[in-house]
Design a protein around this ligand. Structure first.
Ligand code: MLT
Length: 312
């Protein structure tokens, strides 16, 4: 009997080609399903492949009769109920490397767009306004970029920010002052990063410990005029606290690729001129989507046919 691989979010064709080369495997693309349709489809699947859109809930996992592996084409597994999967002996794999570069590049694009007010000026010019005074920015050179979370993406951002001649100060639970020294950056506690940074960018996963890490108290500790970038996960920033901090003038600007509720259309933060935003595009490049799709499909095949995976 052929393995049944159910794919419920868009996946790049290079990943599909990997599946097509495997004998004894049938894949089924079924995106934009209602919850009821998904509950029916999952019954016979041996593997489920998703990006961030499909919510892999306990109910979904418990409706699966044959499911052995859930593959996430991307890094974050916060849309998957890992406990429910573990209880049923279902392995969850992700693709942690393939979109690192794209996420770091998007963070830098957001940082530069924010510091030079490029989206606002672009929008104004497209609306026939020639306004040079309103869109005066600030330089990045000699400013301090505070990085919270120095994993793969945070480290790539640090490297690029140094290329912009910024001072970089980072906090990460696994970073030591010696390691920071070796990377040519400053080591700081969260408090020190909040106190000293001109720009703060977050690169942590969304966990119990990081939920609303940037809250009212955190904004109080920041420098006046600080600017915030979040290309990691919504929910790490307390959005009401950010909104108030912008209204009070404490935060001069924010660049957000993610919000707590996605998809987002009518969020009050989006009405503020100080906020620039993209619809969760950090990993949306041709290269990243090829990489993560190939990595996760390869892992699913290895597991189904041999029981070995690269990224459990
Ligand atoms: C990820 O976790 O890999 C990124 O946020 C991209 C995505 O959700 O597809």
């Amino acid at each position: 009997m052929a393995f049944h691989v159910l794919i419920t979010d868009p996946l790049s064709k290079e990943g599909i080609q990997v599946l097509e080369q495997q004998e004894n495997l049938q894949y089924e693309f079924a995106t934009d399903l209602s919850s009821d349709e998904l509950l029916t489809k999952i019954e016979t699947a041996d593997a489920l492949l998703v990006r961030s859109q499909t919510q892999v809930t306990r109910q979904l996992i418990e409706s699966a009769g044959n499911l052995k592996i859930i593959g996430r084409a991307g890094v974050g597994v916060d849309n998957i109920d890992i406990n429910a999967a573990t209880e049923r002996g279902i392995i969850v794999v992700n693709a942690p490397n393939g979109n690192t570069n794209s996420a770091a590049e998007h963070t830098m694009a957001m940082l530069m767009a924010l510091s030079r007010k490029i989206p606002q000026a672009h929008y104004s010019l497209k609306n026939q306004q020639w306004d040079r005074k309103k869109y005066v920015g600030v330089e990045l050179k000699n400013k301090t970029l505070g990085i919270i979370g120095l994993g793969r993406i945070g480290a790539e951002v640090a490297y690029r920010a140094k290329g912009q001649r910024m001072n970089v100060m980072a906090y990460d639970p696994f970073l030591t002052p010696e390691k920071a020294d070796h990377l040519g950056i400053d080591y700081g506690t969260v408090k020190e990063v909040l106190n000293k940074a001109d720009f703060i960018t977050i690169h942590t996963p969304l966990l119990k410990e990081t939920k609303h890490l940037l809250n009212e108290e955190a904004f109080r500790q920041m420098k006046p005029g600080v600017q915030i970038i979040n290309c990691a996960r919504g929910g790490i920033i307390d959005e009401e606290a950010l909104y108030q901090a912008i209204l009070e003038g404490k935060v001069a600007g924010a660049a957000l690729d993610v919000l707590e509720e996605e998809p987002f259309h009518h969020h009050k933060l989006l009405n503020l001129p100080e906020v620039v935003a993209t619809p969760h595009l950090g990993a949306s490049t041709v290269e990243a989507q090829e990489n993560v799709a190939v990595d996760v499909c390869q892992d699913v095949i290895w597991f189904l046919t041999g029981g070995v995976v690269q990224n459990p």
